[in-house]
Design a protein around this ligand. Structure first.
Ligand SMILES: NC(=O)c1ccc[n+]([C@@H]2O[C@H](COP(=O)([O-])OP(=O)(O)OC[C@H]3O[C@@H](n4cnc5c(N)ncnc54)[C@H](O)[C@@H]3O)[C@@H](O)[C@H]2O)c1
Length: 374
């Protein structure tokens, strides 16, 4: 920890009328070459929590759009996960392969520390537990504004364990809604992407008695599944997966998996539900309505993949796997509640999820202004 103050350009202080964000901080450290943006969307439920994405954006504008979008998403995800955290996110504008260094991560850590806990960071695309260990070194003694650290540093380690577990809970809620029983036994589930999340989900589904068929673009990921779960079927690509007689489609690779074309393929493949770990599955607004109109049950991604953020939030209190798992188990109840509200109000599950999150945030804000005079 050094006492050098980082350069903070706080362009927006207080709620931004356009995007609704509370604060957006542009960070620059010439010595290390750091350029980053930290976006705090909301602290209504507590300190903003969300990962740091390390990505070679082509422009600051592109990075800003991404961080505003991702941080707002975290407000909704944290609210529905039942966490006492608001939404935030950060982006480091650089290629992690070329530009990641201790000096850059520590410069970034000083910006995180400069916010005095209004923003708590964690891993995201391009950042790993070892990076969070370095960033955390810039927190003042006794304060911890960095989570998702390595077990050696008191962290919880790989968050995909509870992410996959949460997706499985969401899928149980889909099964209950569709077939009356919260079990995938006898159903066929297609998983696209068997990396950290998808491979663990494969194991949970097989244990539950499901048939599992998987695909991945990486031969190493397929080899891993063949070795650890030889019962799973493997197909060449997502197109084949969607016509492999599956009941549930589980996107566990990149964002944008659900398009107009995918919806048409799901309909012709007679797929009944979509429930997966990937972030930002809906390629554009309106796909959720297409799915709903086609009678395909969509479990909103940010609800069912919140096991990871539940894990890193728990780490802030001294990690207890059992406590975090108990919280991730509630993803089943939350998903059921969303399906029930969607049915009652005649809206898609994605709209119902947003409404429940907004209601919780509004209620807490109302009580705060009532009792704390905020
Ligand atoms: N790891 C977590 O705790 C966590 C938490 C929340 C959300 N997520 C999201 O879940 C998704 C998976 O995360 P992960 O940690 O398993 O990542 P990962 O990188 O370990 O796995 C992703 C897998 O998808 C495969 N893939 C990429 N493009 C593909 C394609 N077109 N078709 C088929 N497979 C493809 C990759 O080869 C890789 O094996 C991501 O969208 C991530 O943002 C992860």
């Amino acid at each position: 920890m050094t006492d050098q103050s980082p350069l903070v350009f706080s362009r927006i202080n207080g709620p931004d009328q356009q995007s609704g964000h509370e604060q957006v901080v542009f960070c620059q450290d010439r010595a290390s070459g750091l350029r980053a943006i930290i976006a705090i969307h909301s602290t209504a439920l507590g300190p903003a929590l969300g990962g740091t994405r390390f990505y070679p954006y082509t422009s600051e504008h592109e990075a800003l759009e991404d961080v505003l979008h991702l941080s707002a998403g975290m407000t909704y995800k944290n609210a529905l996960a039942g966490l006492d955290h608001g939404g935030g996110k950060a982006v480091i504008i650089a290629d992690p392969e070329l530009h990641k260094s201790e000096v850059l991560l520590r410069a970034y850590g000083r910006f995180v520390a400069s916010l005095h806990g209004r923003y708590i960071t964690a891993c995201d695309v391009g950042t790993y537990v070892e990076d969070m260990d370095v960033v955390a070194r810039e927190c003042p003694p006794g304060r911890n504004w960095v989570t998702g650290r390595s077990p050696a540093e008191g962290g919880a380690g790989d968050s995909s364990v509870l992410t996959s577990y949460g997706v499985f809970q969401g899928m149980r809620a889909c099964a209950e809604r569709l077939w009356g029983e919260p079990s995938l036994a006898g159903r066929r589930v297609g998983i696209a992407g068997v990396g950290k999340v998808g491979s663990k989900l494969t194991g949970l589904l097989l244990d539950d008695g499901a048939d599992v068929v998987v695909t991945d673009v990486a031969e190493a990921a397929i080899e891993h599944v063949r070795r650890t779960h030889p019962q799973a079927d493997v197909v060449d690509d997502v197109e084949t997966l969607l016509t492999a007689g599956i009941d549930v489609y589980s996107p566990c690779a990149l964002g944008g998996a659900l398009t107009d074309d995918t919806t048409a393929a799901l309909v012709s493949g007679n797929v009944r539900a979509v429930c997966g770990g990937a972030n930002n599955q809906l390629e554009h607004p309106g796909v959720e309505k297409l799915l709903d109109d086609a009678g395909i049950l969509y479990a909103p991604d940010y609800v069912v993949n919140s096991g990871g953020v539940i894990q890193v939030a728990d780490e802030l209190h001294g990690f207890s796997f059992e406590r975090a798992k108990a919280k991730a188990t509630k993803i089943y109840d939350t998903t059921r509640k969303i399906f029930a509200l969607a049915h009652d109000e005649g809206v898609s599950p994605a709209t119902a999820a947003d409404r429940i999150a907004e209601h919780r945030i509004a209620e807490v804000s109302r009580l705060q202004s009532l009792y704390l005079g905020k």
